[in-house]
Design a protein around this ligand. Structure first.
Ligand SMILES: [Zn+2]
Length: 202
């Protein structure tokens, strides 16, 4: 376990990061730091590789370049753009945007306690998101297995030309296949959305 002091400073810098991300959008940061930047349909010329057509896309809370693959939030943008460490990027944003976070001085006890509280809330939220992710993944795997089973029965119990009665497993497959087809596609889309969120925050 980390000593208390370190835990507090981790809590504090993560808390600052959360506050900075809350208060600054990707557009604020890009407009401020890239001289004469032109934003066309939320795209800009990528500041990290040479290009003639803009392929770096901006969202409120992150950017991604479809040319060189660089992506991140406002803080990682400043880190890469100015080649700074995480804490230096926080300090720069704090100073340049006049955010007044107590980054360059020792936090008061109250600030430290508040920061730890918020850090715990962030951890809890992350754990809950993980729980949702694994539950969804189990649901997806179960739906895939059911889809496979129905599909096999559909082919296995296809009615012969002279049969008068349909096999119940064939009927079951006929009734449910398209639903499970829809369900697996839908769950897999939800899963990849959650996966993207997880990648963004780890
Ligand atoms: Zn790029």
């Amino acid at each position: 376990m980390l000593p208390t002091y370190n835990r507090t400073s981790i809590a504090i810098s993560c808390d600052y990061a959360a506050q900075i991300k809350d208060r600054l959008s990707m557009f604020d940061v890009v407009l401020r730091y890239i001289p004469n930047v032109k934003i066309m349909g939320n795209n800009i010329l990528c500041p990290f590789h040479a290009e003639k057509t803009p392929s770096c896309h901006l969202w409120d809370d992150h950017f991604k370049c479809f040319g060189c693959g660089k992506y991140g939030d406002v803080i990682s943008f400043v880190q890469i753009y100015f080649n700074l460490s995480f804490t230096d990027a926080l300090a720069k944003l704090n100073c340049d945007f006049g955010l007044n976070l107590p980054i360059d001085r020792k936090p008061t006890l109250k600030e430290a306690v508040e920061a730890q509280k918020r850090w715990r809330a962030i951890i809890k939220e992350r754990q809950e998101r993980e729980k949702t992710y694994f539950a969804l993944r189990n649901e997806y795997l179960a739906a895939c297995a059911e889809f496979q089973r129905l599909r096999q029965n559909y082919f296995k119990y296809q009615p012969k030309p002279d049969c008068t009665e349909l096999h119940p497993l064939f009927v079951e497959a006929l009734q449910n296949l398209s639903y499970y087809d829809y369900l697996t596609t839908d769950l897999s889309e939800q899963l990849s959305r959650l996966e993207n969120q997880r990648n963004d925050t780890t």
